[in-house]
Design a binder for this molecule. Sequence first.
Ligand code: MN
Length: 191
Amino acid sequence: MFEVKPLPFAKDALEPYMSQETLDYHYGKHYKTYVETLNRLIAGTEFENLSLEEIIQKTYQKPEYQAIFNNAAQAWNHEFFWSVLSPGGGGEPKGKLGARISKQFGSYEKFCETFKQAAVSQFGSGWAWVIDNGDKLEIVKTANADTPIARGQKPIMTVDVWEHAYYLDFQNRRADFVSSFLDNLAKWPNE
Ligand code: MN
């Protein structure tokens, strides 16, 4: 059984960039439903006592386990998303990570353009990610529930671009949501 994990911040802490109303639905309804549906689907199966990561990797690209994959991946993706949101977040990461971004993308501003392009060009629902491949950072987008975790990759940043993530605050303006996320909310790892 997986728990609905508590948010690492108060539901109104990200205002005005992400409203309490958005989190009431996004955390309180969407994320909670993924966790509860997953628990229902895995009860009494071979997946019952595995970690989310193990379930995701074992059900990836297996049509008979599509529903389990979708709900496990969305549970993981949302827990990771909550962990990269912070009041007072946003802006260029410091230290080694900031230096890696500048070196690889030319500048933090160029990195932001590429990340926004990935997020905005994801047709329909999905996610944009920064993956740390060790020698190289990579910006990718994934559709629906798909997650880099399925392929054993290590994400260090993500933004949810399902409409439920931004519609109450930004309506159809996904690009504005992603810009605001990078400027005001994104919490980078310290390295
Ligand atoms: Mn979501």
